[in-house]
Design a protein around this ligand. Structure first.
Ligand code: HEM
Length: 402
């Protein structure tokens, strides 16, 4: 299988150590909440597309304030970045338009809606995947499990036919490897558009009770959504809902495998699964930063920022802020719960956060129900790396079947 993850050798951040950016973030936080500069690697971005002036928010308080002020720190920036190949999505909208578009899909992502199909869908998807490798006594948990289950969950959520899964999966790999293979991602983006247009037309003829059906039936101010608005939202679910989830569940498994005493505690007491998922999301933030465009001259934690600048909002740094957590550099599932900011805050707070948490919890339950005595193998030197997305590239393990 083609690696779902970017080649680490292709990433060359000159401001950040990709394997462990946290000492860098800690050093910047000691100097203040915001600094003039960037944590992004623009070395492969054409000169004309590089932002002229960049700032970075690194303390929890600066990150949180910026995210809660969408008027001054605007997501419209995404129109000229991810929007170029993903089309107009709620990620880049603001104000009333964002609210109206987001409201259309909010119900589908509410915990009550998700509870309906948790055991039936997520559990059966995870069990089927485990069936495929259990007898072997070894597996790569990234390639064979954490990448596969969110892909299949999204396909089911959208009501896509089972037979289309290979196409959907391949397009997902192409889209999320965007930085490495731009032409392939662009092609996948167009293929997905054509595919979703067909799905939309089918539902216009025969309404269905899935997200595509809901969006086809939806109206804003008495007007139906355009085809482009619908397929752009659906396409967004790949980077937004799949890449983040597979990376966060890979991180959690890596962290548990490398802290065997905490893994054993979770195995003995399943009530620890929830806290383990949250601590995994805090300690290894799957998407370490989001970006905002500064719409007016402003000030953030004592740093003046001019209109037109781009702000790197460093979620990963905020999640290790020593002013908010004791011993932030330790992975500790027993710590007192203090909410992290991996799903951001404010108007663009992750729409899929309940789904992501539920999927990860169910996946861990399934693994623990079926398998035991996991050992992380050293082959390929599995480790968490990358920026802005972080996770291991592979997790080769051996185990016994229960
Ligand atoms: C937005 C993280 C899972 C759908 C976001 C944002 C972050 C995020 C950081 C905000 C981006 C910004 O403000 O610039 C995560 C993480 C996940 C996860 C860490 C898994 C652990 C999901 C899932 C779905 C989803 C499973 C849906 C299937 C969305 C959507 C938005 C979003 C639609 C845009 C919301 C808006 O702009 O109003 N997510 N996400 N996410 N996420 Fe997630």
């Amino acid at each position: 299988m083609d690696s779902p993850i970017a080649d680490p050798a292709a990433q060359t951040g000159d401001t950040l150590e990709l394997r462990d950016p946290y000492p860098y973030f800690a050093a910047r936080r000691r100097e203040g909440g915001v600094f003039h500069g960037t944590v992004m690697d623009y070395s492969r971005t054409p000169e004309s597309l590089r932002p002229k002036d960049t700032y970075a928010a690194v303390s929890y308080s600066a990150v949180s304030s910026a995210l809660r002020n969408n008027r001054v720190f605007s997501s419209a920036l995404y129109d000229s970045t991810i929007g170029v190949f993903m089309g107009p999505t709620i990620l880049a909208m603001h104000g009333a338009r964002h609210k109206a578009h987001r409201a259309l899909v909010t119900t589908a992502f509410k915990p009550q809606s998700l509870m309906r199909w948790e055991p039936e869908i997520v559990r059966s998807i995870c069990d089927a995947l485990i069936d495929e490798f259990a007898e072997r006594g070894r597996a790569d948990l990234i390639r064979e499990f954490t990448f596969e289950f969110p892909t299949r969950v999204i396909a089911r959520l959208l009501g896509l036919p089972e037979a289309d899964l290979p196409f959907f999966r391949e397009a997902a790999v192409a889209i999320i490897s965007y930085a490495d293979k731009v032409p392939r991602a662009m092609r996948a983006s167009v293929d997905l558009k054509d595919y979703f247009v067909e799905q939309i037309e089918q539902r216009r003829r025969t309404p269905t009770e899935d997200i595509i059906g809901d969006l086809v039936a939806a109206e804003i101010d008495g007007e139906k959504l355009s085809e482009e608005a619908i397929y752009s939202f659906l396409r967004l679910l790949l980077p937004a809902g799949l890449e983040t989830t597979y990376r966060s569940s890979g991180n959690l498994l890596y962290l548990l495998l490398s802290h065997p005493e905490q893994f054993e505690a979770v195995r003995r007491d399943r009530d620890l699964i929830g806290p383990a998922v949250e601590e995994g999301l805090r300690y290894e933030t799957p998407l370490t930063l989001v970006q905002r465009y500064v719409t007016e001259d402003t000030e953030l934690e004592g740093t003046a920022i001019p209109r037109g600048a781009v702000l790197d909002v460093c979620l990963g740094s905020a999640n290790r802020d020593e002013n908010r957590w004791e011993r932030p550099e330790e992975f500790d599932i027993f710590r007192k719960h203090v909410p992290h900011i991996s799903f951001t805050a404010g108007a663009h707070t992750c729409l899929g956060l309940h789904l992501a948490r539920m999927e990860t919890r169910v996946a861990l339950h399934c693994l623990l129900d079926r398998l035991t005595d996991f050992t992380l193998l050293a082959e390929g030197d599995p480790h968490i790396f990358g920026q802005p997305f972080r996770s291991p590239n592979s997790l080769p393990v051996t185990f016994d079947v229960l």
